[in-house]
Design a binder for this molecule. Structure first.
Ligand code: UDP
Ligand code: MG
Length: 315
């Protein structure tokens, strides 16, 4: 056993799941064909998660902990885990046991076959409601239409990379407004997918609200597509055409009935055009906000301290 897999687990208020996660991981990973390390990223949990992680790290050198100074979000947690991972491969997964630990061996088999990027695709998500499943499907069909990169529907935050592929994420994808899943699917490399069935959450509640999912979806569309910026051109053409129609109609009524009364027409057209204009200004504003965030170049995450992390991170 000379190769090692780094399992990155993002943790935000998961005190009820962590002990069970660790126990399961120990049991299942005992038969793993590679060595392993468990990197828990504590994303500013306010419950007892950190104490549990420190205890586990104290009794087991394979458990490593990255402790953030505050909550930076799931994406930042996964990025930190990838930054610190030392293995020949990295797997990112959730702490709530929704991602079956048994899949890690399957991932290693694929690595052995020469695959470098492995997307875990969930077959069905019984735990998510009908609405979540529907909006997720709608989101993927929209993003695939407006973006020139392809997104695998149902790809989860459960994926695996070889060290080489992970290095690309570490060095070249340091965007502040980001969608890690999107990058994972678009860095190339020899790739494959594995189907898995998402389990119900072991304990606690999903940390993603509908509102945060909305924001996430909008940012993703803005980051992976410049189509919204081009809406200005399209609506310019549309409004010009509309103007032409109104002009023809006005000339026609003038020829038929003499001086036309156009008050209502003016009001309607004004409202319509202003609506289009404000919408476009709003879209441009969203892009400027993203540019601003990139320009400020604030850190993606801040590490307060670590446990069992020998040496510095690679990045
Ligand atoms: N998570 C995190 N930071 C956050 C929110 C969530 O690290 O700000 C972690 C959380 O602890 C879990 C994973 O990300 O391990 C996925 O979150 P969750 O299970 O709530 O999302 P869902 O599975 O419902 O999409
Ligand atoms: Mg979950």
């Amino acid at each position: 056993m000379d190769k090692k897999i780094s399992v990155v687990v993002s943790v935000y208020n998961e005190e009820k799941s962590l002990d069970e996660f660790y126990r399961e991981a120990k049991r299942i990973f005992a038969d793993l064909s590679w060595d392993y390390e468990l990197i828990f990223v504590n994303d500013g949990s306010q419950d007892g998660s950190l104490d549990i992680l420190r205890r586990l790290a104290g009794q087991d050198p394979l458990v490593k902990v990255i402790n953030f100074s505050r909550n930076f979000g799931h994406e930042a947690a996964m990025i930190a885990g990838i930054d610190y991972a030392r293995g020949d491969g990295v797997v990112c997964m959730d702490a709530d046991l929704q991602h079956p630990l048994e899949c890690v061996q399957e991932i290693l088999d694929r690595f052995e076959e020469g695959y470098e990027v492995i997307n875990m695709v969930r077959t069905k998500n019984k735990t998510a409601g009908l609405i979540k499943n529907f909006t997720s499907a709608a989101f993927y069909s929209l993003i695939n239409r407006v973006s020139d990169v392809h997104f695998e529907p149902n790809a989860s935050d459960f994926f695996a990379l070889t060290a080489d592929a992970a290095r690309v994420l570490r060095e070249n994808y340091r965007e502040k407004v980001r969608f890690l899943r999107g990058y994972v699917q678009n860095i190339g490399f020899k790739r494959t997918t594995i189907q898995y069935e998402a389990r119900p959450r072991f304990a606690g509640e999903s940390k993603y609200s509908i509102r945060s999912l909305m924001k996430f979806s909008i940012n993703t569309i803005l980051c992976f597509s410049d189509l919204p910026l081009k809406l200005g051109i399209y609506s310019g053409v549309g409004v010009a055409f509309l103007g032409l129609l109104v002009m023809i109609y006005t000339i026609w009524t003038w020829a038929k009935y003499g001086t036309p009364s156009g008050y209502a027409t003016i009001v309607v057209l004004l409202c319509f055009m202003f609506a289009v204009m404000f919408l476009l200004i709003g879209i441009i504003g969203e892009y400027i906000a993203i540019l601003f965030a990139e320009l400020k170049d604030r850190p993606v995450y801040i590490v307060r301290d670590t446990e069992n992390m020998d040496g510095e991170k690679k990045a």
